[in-house]
Design a protein around this ligand. Structure first.
Ligand code: FAD
Length: 531
């Protein structure tokens, strides 16, 4: 055999990592090189920064992920200090806004909270790790149920999903019981209040080691595994262009952000998993411009609130000793005290929204000490509903060849609007949230709709579809229509309107794509060997 396949993966988040893992495992002798624009934050590549115990170290890791807003650590990304002006809107820690308000900033007045992370592990180094599976119309219609269930199971294994995390928490159980009473008889069997599946590994002390791209990469970053010899991760390596010969991708052009040198890298296949905005931007910048590219942008509108847990209500299901046990468990990881995470999942036709309920001893904001619920003994729940957004061609990120962004790419403009369909469901979900909150205690922060883009779950911008009819960018195996050897991965592939956190679904779609690509590359090897 004369030729060992080389695969370039652009982006080191959970989806790029899933491709890397499955291709190294699935294609004999294949070499996978992963290119990541951001820096490596942790000794173990792609680990969740939530696992960093030292608060100062954690803050530094988050700052270094913030691309154009990386503060003192901006230089680590090779971005000149002068280009950055902080915007009016503040991104979540570890992320940077697309529309950050300075020179080279994108334009997103109708989607102001749009944000990205630029670091090894991508947003997956900062995520909350909620991993519900899509249900009902959230699933992709052209993938049969049996196959879909298997893909979700494999994706769950890759992400170390725990379906019954914190199920033993009596406080969590009490909250579920209160929600069950409130919504009794209204929800289909199997879709009532339950624990929220999360990605992580439970530790003997009851805390969680949160999963990031590290667990997805698995043996690829374990030096004792022979698979690691066929994998390489290059951080601070910005992929500037996908190179084509005719309708086949032949490699990429990369800028080493340490040296500022640009080099060519040849590949038999390229997987682009560079998030829902930067993936279409890279395709556009490379002259790959299918009609649907950047269109059909969706996310989840989000309504959130905080409720003080009522002692009498929860006291029917949990004791003060249970509360002490809950607080003791949270104290095991004071830097990230998450436990008792519940939900009511999406179901149709009557509950097309997803509720997430997180228990905490303190509200996420300073509560006036004179507030009657300040210092509430039984703590608080942060509750939020995610709703769906119907995919529409006119919700779009476009790219301007004449105006470059801070990285020198065609700049982005996002246009997005909620329609009557969304407004009606937001109202219905807000009403549910009021009922759920009232069942548990008293609101200390009333339900409110967050600005567009706040979900951090951006979907649809390079959606998969069954036909090359202008409504999709990639085929059912995530191969870009009309470009051989080019595969896209990430939330942008999701074509459906859904209300749940999308990463598990995107990994499932990636499993399907990676298997097909592995077959193709292995088939080419067999053919070559036979010649
Ligand atoms: P990303 O993780 O975004 O990774 C893309 C990577 O590509 C980035 O590191 C970027 O630097 C790199 N890149 C971009 N352009 C280039 C280029 N030209 N060259 C080289 N590299 C490039 N999802 C859930 O399902 N559940 C949750 O509970 C949840 N909570 C979240 C909480 C927070 C605070 C955040 C920020 C996100 C959350 N998400 C959650 C979203 C989740 O993190 C993403 O769905 C997931 O990370 C997407 O994976 P990805 O690999 O497609 O992209």
């Amino acid at each position: 055999m004369s030729h060992t396949p080389t695969i370039a993966v652009v982006g080191s988040g959970p989806i790029g990592s899933a491709y890397a893992r499955l291709l190294v495992e699935g294609v004999p002798d294949a070499r996978v090189v992963m290119f990541e624009a951001g820096p490596q934050l942790t000794a173990v590549p792609g680990e969740s920064v939530r696992n960093i115990a030292d608060p100062a170290e954690k803050e530094r890791a988050r700052e270094r992920s913030q691309g154009p807003q990386a503060g003192d650590f901006r230089e680590s990304l090779g971005i000149p200090a002068g280009v950055v002006v902080e915007g009016m809107f503040t991104a979540r820690q570890g992320t940077h806004l697309i529309d950050f308000g300075g020179p080279g900033s994108g334009h997103a007045p109708t989607f102001p909270a749009a944000a990205a992370a630029t670091n090894v592990g991508g947003q997956g180094a900062h995520w909350t790790c909620a991993t519900p599976a899509p249900a009902f119309s959230e699933r992709i219609g052209f993938i049969a149920d049996a196959e879909w269930d298997e893909l979700i199971a494999v994706a769950g294994d890759l992400l170390h999903v725990q379906s019954a995390a914190f199920a033993d928490s009596a406080v969590g159980g009490g909250i579920r019981s209160l929600l069950e009473e409130e919504f009794a008889g209204e929800l289909p069997e199997g879709y009532g209040p339950g624990t929220l599946p999360v990605a992580g590994d439970p530790q003997p002390d009851g805390s969680m080691r949160w999963a990031g791209a590290d667990v997805v990469l698995g043996p690829l970053i374990d030096p004792s595994s022979p698979l690691s010899e066929r994998f390489e991760l290059r951080d601070l390596s910005l992929v500037r262009r996908l190179e084509l010969e005719g309708d086949r991708v032949t490699g990429i052009t990369v800028e080493d952000l340490r040296t500022r040198e640009t080099y060519a890298f040849s590949a038999d296949a390229v997987v682009v998993a560079a998030d829902a905005f930067r993936t279409p931007q890279l395709l556009w910048a490379s002259g790959i411009r299918p009609e649907a590219l950047g269109h059909y942008l969706t996310e989840h509108p989000v309504v959130i609130s905080t409720v003080a847990v009522d002692a009498d209500k929860i006291g029917r299901f949990a004791t003060e000793a249970d509360l002490d046990a809950e607080i003791a468990r949270r104290a095991h990881n004071p830097a990230d005290p998450v436990a008792a995470v519940n939900r009511i999942p999406f179901s149709e036709p009557d509950h097309p929204f997803a509720l997430q309920v997180m228990y905490a001893e303190n509200p996420p904001f300073q509560l006036d000490p004179s507030h009657p619920q300040a210092g509430n003994k039984w703590g608080y729940v942060n509750m939020g509903y995610g709703m769906r957004k119907r995919p529409r061609f006119e919700d779009v990120v476009t790219f301007d060849d004449d105006e470059l962004d801070y990285r020198g790419f065609p700049n982005m403009t996002i246009e997005y609007a909620l329609t009557d369909a969304e407004t009606a469901e937001i109202e219905a979900a807000t009403e549910r949230l009021r009922r759920a909150g009232g069942a548990i205690g008293e609101f200390v922060a009333e339900p409110r709709l967050l600005p567009n883009g706040s979900s951090l779950h951006y979907m649809g911008t390079y959606r998969v579809g069954q036909a090359d009819d202008g409504t999709s960018v990639a085929d059912p195996w995530s191969r870009v229509w009309g470009v051989e050897g080019l595969v896209v991965g990430g939330n942008g592939t999701i074509p459906t309107a859904n209300a749940m956190n999308p990463t598990l679904m995107s990994v499932a779609i990636a499993v399907r794509g990676a298997r097909r690509l592995a077959e193709e590359l292995s088939g080419a090897l067999v053919a070559e060997a036979g010649r």
